[in-house]
Design a protein around this ligand. Structure first.
Ligand code: NAD
Length: 974
């Protein structure tokens, strides 16, 4: 059967005489791109960027930048064509027009129409060829609630228009009926995540409620009109929630009897066979069949990259043959259960389709229960051959403007040019036997990320229901323990204090998270004495032993991960996912600095004949760690374990508002076996105890992270040599930022808006890396601001522990009042584009956006440390860089751009410690993105980087003359 199908698809080809000569230019272009990897990459990137380019000179300039790249294998003649003098020259314009038209033609091949008129024409043509259709609406990513509503409205409208038009269609028996049952002529395909802008598996209940409301409206209207609805499947992270939402709705009394709906299964997922069995069991229980569309899956690259970056298991099969084999297994499952589920087999692989037909024919499956599907523009000949064999074939037709449809187009191009694609292999005229051979996986080994240097721990994947349940249990446990008292740990003993303060939950300040005993200056003195006593033994402790204690601490933290994040959520008001990422960071710091110290401990040998030269490191002595509240675990732990790994005795003075979490960390170090006096937990007021420790003559090193004001003060104080002090103090001070993100006209606006929202409002803007200035180029300024405001407005503000929350409270009343003052000041300086009412049972501040802000305005210059963003308009890219650099800080910065020369310029000129391109600017990962800034953002080398520990050490060189009377041991003589 497969041979016949294949022959039929090939027959058509030779039918058009000299195919190779007549091959359409776009096929030629694709064929060419396939065989030239450099061209393939650059061409795809150029096409991706094209929708953002609004003028011919812009197109010409980008064409030159992308395809003129050295890596692109273009014949000299074509390179020559790209060699125009300026983008607005005549040859430039001609090149731009040619290429834009070419890409549009290419898009037309896969997109069934730009407007309803075009789509209707396509549909009528398909119907003439006895093919059914399903329509998918293309568009921008849904990132605002207005867009989610509009997605629904557009579908309601689309269904109505299609049904109205269908009245005039001549019935086609092959697709409009089966076994006497009339089938819907109109079918639409929808994506669940587009019904709610904040769709998130962590917030399963909230997402379900929002999405379900809209699905019900859609299904009701579809029924009135007589249209069928099919639910697409998207990324793996959404799969479980998508299935669970659909199962629930389709079981509701109102929808239970509907048989004109469908769900999708992706065979490239390792879970898919199990999911299919579950669906079949559920369909049995439901009692009314529905369609299951089986596809291979369109997000393979994305899923693989995401899993690698997150250190999660690759959800898709790594081996194409494993997917193909699984596809056949599931096909069999579906067809054997045709009483309960109707199968729609979606594939362009002739063998996959033939297997389905063979099974269907063997089992004598009624026509209603089995159809074949292809994508518009990808399986035309296969579709015709299937129709000719008498099958019902449905063509999946994406519809919408060509340019916003670019993401879809690129997925199709990737698919067609992938080595493993059946279409490509078929085009290459592989031998029939090879093409049609049964897929046999050579053992599917999941892709493993390359961790040559350092293995980070993985964050919790909240798409996993079990892990969500673990988180909930942890919250319940932690809530049981609220209100306990935490005392300082001095010389191995928890000591009573005169002063005890409450640490409250910023989301609900009536709730006391814990009571914290603050040390007095006398107790600080005693702690210093204990550290001095402990130091000689600690410095002599072998590095391996020190490192093992830290690794043990890492293991303990991983065991207590869910509890620790619950503490973070409750004590400092950080939303759940970000709290979990912070625990990962703390664990990474322990493992990384342990590993780093073992590397440094080897020292260096610079021996020459007759002389040994050893370069080694020794600890400095007593380290005072002063940490901020905004990363209460990660930063406190990072600075502390760096000091401990390097052999210093360490006193940790955490910020007052986050002392409970620091106490939890102290408990972990004790459990891991840290000796008494080596580590001490000394909570206290910054201005008294903090200052005392900084000024103490026995302090060797101060590791501080916090505000510029305090950091500068410490830097100055530490420079003063106190009576009795016999050394100079070393200060590491990581301070604030006023981080800017540049958005240029070539940026992907979907990505840029989401990136700014997350960078600016994640943890209510209280990350040192948070974006607080957005610098936008004039041509896209208005569009950007409007979408930013809408997207921000769509965020949920609420209790940090609630899974639906994207923006929680700020840390305390002082912070809230200070931020509000800045907002008032902003109103005088600029235009308030967004403010949202918030409750006052917690320390809430509205996410606030100011537009048309002058680069010199206070809100554009001073660190506000809250959810406040200043948007600045600039004329060109040079001005953007100048504005970005025009502050005292140099911590993080970012750029959204698809213009290679802009990216290059930013790399060279954007003055920040951490530059992020085409992504969010927060969330640095240990060892992967060592973190820290310069200018007024800090002195010291990057945390989580290869130079960090050097600051906690004194290097020494020991030279020995091993020559005696001209005689010396000869190297290697032993
Ligand atoms: P903060 O400066 O108010 O407090 C930091 C720590 O310093 C606290 O433990 C505090 O008790 C202590 N302290 C205060 N006065 C002191 C004094 N006179 N002597 C000694 N210690 C004193 O900062 P914060 O509000 O906790 O944290 C927010 C600030 O931290 C922001 O400016 C943010 O940008 C910065 N930060 C920077 C980084 C970075 O890596 N660059 C990371 C996180 C936070």
């Amino acid at each position: 059967m497969a041979k016949q199908l294949l022959a039929a698809t090939r027959e058509n080809r030779s039918f058009f005489a000299s195919l190779r000569d007549q091959m359409r230019w776009d096929d030629k272009l694709l064929a060419w791109a396939m065989s030239n990897p450099g061209l393939r990459v650059q061409l795809f990137r150029f096409i991706d960027c094209l929708p953002a380019l609004h003028s011919k000179p812009e197109v010409a300039a980008h064409l030159q930048e992308y395809l003129g790249d050295e890596s692109v294998e273009l014949p000299a003649a074509l390179k020559g064509m790209l060699n125009f003098a300026t983008p607005d020259s005549m040859p430039g314009q001609v090149a731009a027009t040619t290429v834009s038209t070419a890409v549009e033609t290419l898009a037309h091949k896969y997109i069934s129409g730009e407007n309803i008129k075009e789509v209707l024409k396509t549909i009528e043509r398909l119907r003439k060829n006895k093919m059914a259709f399903t329509i998918d609406l293309l568009g921008e990513a849904v990132i605002t609630e207005a867009e989610a509503q509009s997605y629904l409205d557009r579908y309601l409208d689309l269904m109505a228009q299609l049904v109205a038009a269908s009245k005039k269609w001549t019935p086609v028996a092959a697709i409009d009926s089966a076994e006497g049952e009339t089938l819907s002529q109109v079918q639409v395909s929808v994506k669940l995540t587009a019904f709610y802008s904040q769709f998130d598996p962590l917030d399963a209940c909230g997402s379900e409620a929002k999405v379900s409301d809209r699905i019900r409206i859609l299904l009701r209207r579809a029924q009135e009109l007589g249209a069928a609805v099919h639910f697409d499947m998207e990324q793996y992270a959404y799969k479980d929630l998508t299935l669970s939402i659909l199962k629930k709705i389709l079981m509701e009394q109102e929808f239970r009897t509907r048989t004109d709906v469908g769900i999708t299964i992706q065979a490239y997922l390792r879970d898919s066979e199990r999911d299919t069995k579950d669906l079949i069991a559920w369909a049995k229980e439901r009692g009314y069949p529905l369609t299951i569309r089986l596809v291979k899956g369109a997000y393979w690259d994305q899923e693989t990259i995401k899993a690698a970056q997150k250190d999660w298991q690759q959800p898709v099969y790594n081996d194409k043959a494993a997917t193909d084999a699984n596809f056949e297994t599931i096909t069999q499952l579906l067809l054997e259960n045709h009483e309960y589920v109707y199968a729609a087999i979606g594939s362009h692989n002739v063998r996959s389709q033939a297997v389905a037909i063979a099974i269907a024919e063997t089992l004598n499956i009624p026509r209603r229960r089995f159809e074949m599907q292809v994508l518009y523009g990808m399986g035309d000949k296969l579709a015709s051959a299937l129709v000719a064999r008498g099958h019902r074939v449905r063509v999946y037709c994406p519809y919408g403007e060509l340019l916003p449809g670019m993401a879809y187009l690129i997925r199709r191009l990737l698919e067609n040019t992938a080595n493993s694609s059946f279409l490509r292999q078929s085009l290459e005229d592989r031998p029939v036997e090879e093409l049609l051979a049964p897929p046999i996986s050579k053992g599917d080994v999941p892709f493993a990320a390359n961790h040559a240097a350092f293995a980070n721990v993985a964050d919790t994947d909240y798409a996993d229901m079990e892990l969500r349940n673990t988180a909930q249990t942890a919250f319940a446990n932690v809530r049981q323990q609220l209100g306990k008292t935490y005392l300082p740990l001095i010389n191995g003993e928890y000591q009573q204090t005169e002063q005890i303060i409450d640490s409250v939950n910023p989301s609900k300040y009536s709730e006391i998270v814990g009571k914290v005993g603050l040390i007095s200056p006398e107790q600080a003195k005693a702690a210093m004495e204990a550290a001095k006593v402990a130091f000689p033994a600690w410095r002599r402790t072998p590095v391996k032993e020190r490192a093992d204690i830290l690794r043990k601490a890492a293991v303990l933290m991983e065991q207590k991960r869910a509890e620790l994040s619950a503490w973070i959520v409750l004590e400092v008001g950080k939303p759940v996912k970000e709290a979990d990422a912070e625990v990962s960071e703390a664990i990474d710091f322990c493992n990384y600095y342990a590993q780093e110290m073992e590397r440094l401990d080897k020292g260096y040998n610079y021996d020459i004949a007759g002389e040994t030269n050893r370069y080694i490191y020794q600890p400095r002595g007593i380290a005072v760690v002063i940490s901020p509240w905004n990363f209460p675990l990660a930063i406190a732990a990072g600075m502390t374990v760096a000091a401990l790994a390097t052999g210093n005795c360490t006193l940790l003075k955490p910020a007052e508002t986050s002392s409970v979490i620091a106490a939890k960390f102290a408990e972990i170090l004790v459990e891991a076996g840290i000796p008494k006096g080596v580590f001490q937990y000394v909570p206290g007021r910054g201005s008294t105890v903090g200052a005392y420790l900084v000024n103490h003559p026995d302090t060797h090193l101060i590791a501080f992270t916090g505000s510029q004001e305090v950091g500068c003060r410490i830097y100055a104080d530490a420079a003063i040599v106190q009576p009795g002090q016999k050394h100079l103090k070393r200060v590491i001070a990581e301070m604030g930022g006023k981080n800017g993100l540049i958005i240029d006209e070539s940026a992907d606006l979907d990505a840029a808006v989401v990136g700014v929202v997350q960078s600016a409002f994640g943890y209510s803007g209280q990350k040192c890396s948070a974006c607080s200035r957005v610098i936008v180029l004039e041509p896209i300024y208005d569009a950007f601001v409007q979408r930013l405001v809408e997207a921000t407005h769509s965020l949920n503000i609420g209790l940090a522990e609630s899974p639906s929350t994207q923006v929680g409270p700020v840390i305390d009343a002082n912070a809230r009042d200070r931020i509000k003052e800045y907002i008032e000041q902003g109103k005088k300086e600029a235009q308030a584009a967004l403010e949202i009412p918030v409750t006052d049972t917690g320390y809430f501040v509205s996410p606030t956006i100011f537009s048309n802000v002058a680069p010199t305005a206070a809100i554009a210059q001073e660190e506000i440390f809250g959810p406040v963003v200043a948007v600045i308009k600039v004329k060109d890219f040079n001005e953007a860089i100048a504005v970005a650099n025009g502050t005292n800080f140099a911590l993080t910065g970012g750029l959204y751009s698809r213009t290679p020369s802009h990216i290059q310029q930013a790399e060279q000129e954007f003055e920040v410690g951490n530059l992020y391109i085409n992504r969010t600017i927060t969330g640095a990962i240990v060892a992967r993105q060592p973190f820290g800034g310069f200018k007024m953002s800090g002195v010291g080398s990057k945390a989580g980087g290869p130079d960090y520990l050097l600051q906690f050490l004194e290097p020494r060189t020991i030279t020995e003359n091993i020559q005696r009377q001209g005689f010396a041991p000869i190297e290697g003589a032993e």
